[in-house]
Design a protein around this ligand. Structure first.
Ligand code: TXA
Ligand code: MG
Length: 317
């Protein structure tokens, strides 16, 4: 069986240089031994990921961060206390032991302590960190269930550790500390407001293809195969009169859209619930009849900022 809850089996595969999909509270990751370059190469192959896009390493224990990176920045330490284990990745100067393939030749490495109990159990029995990007084909929507991983990468992975549905549903927030200036590279599971309560004002580097600090942040990431158009259903339908149009809603909204073509991120207007549903619904769209989906941005506060970021990218074709 490719899918299961056998942590011992997952550990054995990873020790032998294999690939295991792991559940995290953000999204599922495609994991390999971060300090084994041959194992890490398999991640890039399986995902068809360009080699210039660096990976995040996942650890059990904050005390071991210093073995793999320089963990000296005061803000970084405070953020670790506040949010680890959890959906926060910190970009730190890397140590020699991290191979170039893992960090794509950068002199920094992204480090995270995930919160999911099954993956923590796994990390605890391993004596190396796990490099893991989201377990989707490059450029597509991140997976939030074992089945999502199986659908796209079932052939490529050796095992999928099934930890149920990812509880947050959005990837981690990524922050770096160059010149002591906290800089957010990707909005994610920890809202920027929560970070600023600890560090004070942060810089937000809007990611793009031309941003060498976060080369993976392509503007058309998270693309479902359907056309997403911002605007109310009525307007979008008018623009695409020949097409079947669906709608992705947030809150208790009435539209003229046939019910079978409607998806709702959160009927009650709850941003946490919307984050939890977002990637699954983007995948559902690809299985539905409409070629075009109307959507509206969610309120741009808290997790809403990360949700809107993903919606924006999903809408770029
Ligand atoms: O929630 C998450 O972060 C998930 C789970 C599995 O941990 N992982 C994830 O990995 O989203 P990935 O590879 O899909 O996205 C990580 C992003 C990439 O776009 C990469 O460019 C950026 O983090 N990144 C990694 N290392 C970096 C570094 N040293 N400096 C700047 N950006 C970095
Ligand atoms: Mg990804």
């Amino acid at each position: 069986m490719k899918i299961g809850k056998d942590v011992g089996k997952a550990a054995e595969i990873l020790r032998n240089g294999g690939l295991v999909a792991i559940p995290t509270e953000t999204v599922y990751g495609l994991a390999a031994n971060a300090i084994n370059p041959k194992a890490v190469a398999k991640i890039f192959e399986a995902k068809k990921r360009p080699s210039f896009d660096p990976l995040i390493i996942h650890l059990y224990d904050a005390e071991r961060v210093v073995d793999f990176a320089f963990f000296e920045d005061e803000n970084a330490k405070k953020l670790a206390d506040a949010f680890w284990p959890g959906p926060l990745t910190m970009v730190l100067p890397k140590r020699e032991i991290i191979p170039g393939i893992t960090s794509s030749g950068l002199d920094t490495v992204g480090v995270r302590l995930p919160k999911h109990p099954l993956t923590r159990e796994l990390l605890k029995i391993l004596d190396f960190p796990l490099a893991a990007p989201s377990a989707n084909l490059f450029g597509y929507v991140s997976p939030t269930t074992a089945q999502h991983v199986y659908d796209q990468l079932g052939e490529e992975v050796d095992y999928i550790l099934d930890g149920g549905r990812s509880e947050v549903g959005l990837e981690s927030t990524i922050i770096g500390f160059e010149d002591k200036q906290p800089t957010v590279f990707r909005r994610g599971g920890i809202p920027i407001d929560d970070i600023e309560e600890i560090t004070g004002k942060v810089r937000v580097r809007e990611h793009s293809t031309s941003n060498p600090q976060a080369p993976g942040m392509l503007s058309n990431h998270y693309s479902p195969h359907k056309i997403l158009v911002p605007g109310p259903y009525k307007e979008v339908k008018r623009k695409f009169p020949e097409q079947t149009v669906g709608v992705l809603l947030f809150g208790d909204v009435d539209t003229d859209c046939p019910a079978e073509f409607e998806l709702n991120l959160s009927q009650s207007g709850d941003l946490n619930e919307a984050a939890y549903h977002l990637f699954d619904m983007l995948r559902q769209m690809d299985k539905m009849k409409p070629e075009v989906f109307a959507f509206q941005f969610v309120p741009d506060t808290g997790l809403g900022q990360a949700i809107n970021d993903r919606l924006k990218r999903a809408a770029v074709k």
